[in-house]
Design a protein around this ligand. Structure first.
Ligand code: SAH
Ligand code: SF4
Length: 364
């Protein structure tokens, strides 16, 4: 069986070209996009301003099917909702909706979606549940967009963070294609500044992203003040130095005029000593960057611990005293395994035996 192409794997221009080949007016592409992104339509038949013959041809050659929901959990009185979506062939992917900005205390009226870009991840970060699953495959643009559209059917979304499963810049083309639909007026029409791509630090891809003409935010996952420790925490970091990452950040800031964030997962007595905060500050001080501290979310088998609140606060205090802007990631959604890769791990392990709050297994 040949599986049908998903229409959202195509760009707007590619849809226009396809329509032109069919002898249809190009403007139909914008009408179709309007149905998909503004009205959440998943069936060509519902596109009532298209001629019936065109609807039939679209349905014969393309699909707009959403990804079926395997499981959904919510916490914080519904302010955090995590969904596990079915990709078929035993693969599944997570997305989270947060009715707040996880990195800003004072952010009313924000609704952030955290999306995944890969099934699993090949980067091998020792502390990450996704990394521990290994790599299965890249997501297609339509599969990234399906995570967002799952939530936009319920409410308006303001921010998107590429911080779910996988390394977005290792699935570069699909990530950028998805972003273009998210920001273009005919697509979801989101503010570019409301979108953040988080990377483990692929320097060449960071430079490529800086040249895309997009204004999206960039987060670089640093996790250590020195290369030795960083390479122990991130299996694939051997070929890259922190200096190279800082230089790439500077180029991104220069080209895009956007602040860069350094993410730092805090691991008890591994990378959370005040002396390490001082060395980190010395390296990132003076560039338009800020450090986002993420207290470690324990994952099975990593043998790592989350630092105490006091240690987290002390690390932040030292960074600030050294002149570096530092925030601590808001801790919510703990009971629904909101950390990257954890819901998938949980559901695969427990299957039909829900333990936490508000957990439903939805039968496909
Ligand atoms: N692959 C990208 C984006 C996905 S991970 C990246 O690594 O940046 C999003 C963020 O969550 C990264 O900063 C990552 O280091 C962090 N993270 C992963 N597992 C974590 C855990 N168990 N506890 C705390 N932070 C974690
Ligand atoms: Fe991959 Fe990011 Fe997890 Fe590292 S932290 S294994 S890069 S998803």
């Amino acid at each position: 069986m040949v599986s049908m192409r998903h229409l959202l794997d195509l760009s707007l221009e590619e849809i226009e070209d396809t329509l032109a080949e069919w002898g249809e007016p190009r403007f139909r592409a914008k009408q179709i996009a309007g149905w998909v992104f503004q009205h959440g339509v998943t069936d060509f038949e519902a596109m009532t301003n298209l001629p019936a013959a065109l609807r039939a041809r679209l349905a014969a050659e393309f699909t707009l099917a959403p990804l079926p929901t395997i499981a959904e959990r919510s916490a914080d009185d519904g302010a955090t909702t995590k969904v596990l979506l079915d990709l078929g062939a035993g693969a599944a992917v997570e997305a989270v909706r947060m009715d707040y900005d996880p990195d800003e205390d004072e952010a009313p009226d924000r609704t952030t979606i955290c999306v995944s870009t890969q099934v699993g991840c090949a980067m091998g970060c020792s502390f990450c549940a996704t990394g521990q699953q290994g790599f299965t495959r890249n997501l297609r643009p339509s599969e990234i967009l399906a995570q967002v559209l799952h939530f936009t059917r319920e409410r308006r979304i303001t921010n998107i963070v590429f911080m779910g499963m996988g390394e977005p810049l290792a699935n570069y083309d699909a990530t950028v294609r998805a972003i273009r639909w998210l920001v273009r007026p005919e697509g979801l029409n989101l503010r570019q500044r409301g979108i953040t791509v988080s990377t483990v630090g692929l320097v060449r891809a960071i430079d490529r992203l800086a040249d895309e003409g997009l204004q999206v935010g960039l987060t670089i996952s640093l996790h250590a003040p020195d290369d030795d420790l960083r390479r122990r925490l991130i299996d694939t970091a051997r070929g890259t130095t922190i200096d190279e990452l800082i230089e790439a950040a500077k180029r991104y800031i220069e080209k895009r005029g956007r602040r860069v964030t350094f993410a730092y997962a805090l691991l008890d007595h591994v990378n959370d000593e005040p002396e390490q905060a001082r060395r980190l500050a010395q390296r990132v001080r003076g560039i338009q960057a800020h450090v986002n501290l993420i207290p470690y979310n324990p994952t099975a088998g990593a043998g790592l611990r989350r630092p105490s609140r006091e240690r987290v606060r002390e690390f932040q205090r030292v960074l600030q005293a050294e002149g570096v802007n530092a925030t601590v990631r808001i801790e919510r959604g703990q009971e629904i395994a909101a950390a990257c890769g954890q819901l998938r791990t949980d559901v695969m392990n427990e299957n039909a035996a829900p333990s936490g709050a508000a957990f439903t297994v939805i039968q496909p």
